[in-house]
Design a protein around this ligand. Sequence first.
Ligand code: ATP
Ligand code: F6P
Length: 332
Amino acid sequence: MSKKVAILTSGGDAPGMNACIRAIVLVCERSGFDVLGYLHGYNGLLKQQYRELDARQMHNLTQRGGTILHSARCLEFKTDESARLAAANLDELGVTTLFVIGGDGSFRGAQHLGNFWDGQIIGLPGTIDNDIVGTDATIGYFTAIETAVQSVDKVRDTADAFERVFLVEVMGRHAGFLGLNGALASASDYVILPELFENEEKTLKDILTQLNERRDQRGNVSYIIILAENLWPGGIADLVSKLEQRTETEVRPVILGHVQRGGSPVSQDRLLAMKLGAHAATLIGKPITGIMVGEQNGQAVEVPLPLTWEHSKPLDDLSVNTMTLLMNNRYA
Ligand SMILES: Nc1ncnc2c1ncn2[C@@H]1O[C@H](COP(=O)(O)OP(=O)(O)OP(=O)(O)O)[C@@H](O)[C@H]1O
Ligand SMILES: O=P(O)(O)OC[C@H]1O[C@](O)(CO)[C@@H](O)[C@@H]1O
């Protein structure tokens, strides 16, 4: 009997998930394995909602954002009862390997399932947040940076025209990767990140000092602040109003939101997705389970799932130092 494997995408969708599905399906087809795709994350696993996947359906897919399997958050999957049901459903279909493409929450779900199911479980890091330990980057992260940068470039045009202050909120859940690199690549003026945030007063003072110095030297200037979501205690509206009071000028907010999750994946995400998906498919049937396949320094690595979430992934020193030199601590 031919082997049967299944794929699901879970949590926030990320550009490149489709390229990853394609890589897994193509390698499986070469090996003569049947592949099915569960729909809507763990919901599909609980409701036995799936479709069969073959190479013909993978045509013209790499460049598409989103996920053809749809994604979802499924709170009930946290219960033991749900994991038992999922295990029974997988066994009923004869699935022996399950690939979970998603973020750290999806990996917790995969680990939870592993407590009740004897099959092989392999995670692939798909999230725009890049907040997964054990891989240099996650699928979707590079596209999200690109989208944020293109958006800030546009904001810059109008900010310059009016010599206005803009506050741009980016995603990242509780991690600053998207904010930091989006801010750097768009040559923004100041960035507020969860990893570096001390308190409101210090942040406001820093911004005021920098902005006043700029105005003293150059007259009216445009000024762009990047704010990571879920960070400012009173939300973006509160920061806008505090900045307006202290700068005595208009401050305009822009929330980039889910735009950052969409769009055709950039090459870096396509390549990462293909490499990780193809490598993961070569592990089918090997005595290794409960792991995430990631990339570290150009090598595929297999990382036990709990190690991907037990500690927070730190921002890299080079990016932080560059940001300090060119942005937050540059007064002229
Ligand atoms: N502790 C857990 N036990 C079982 N399942 C879980 C657990 N944590 C998360 N999950 C499952 O994984 C799903 C996705 O998790 P979450 O919403 O945290 O997104 P994610 O995978 O971290 O992706 P992203 O952060 O990019 O949106 C949850 O809706 C739930 O179905
Ligand atoms: O789509 P939802 O459920 O609003 O989730 C938004 C969250 O998902 C992400 O886009 C990806 O994790 C986060 O950056 C953001 O906080």
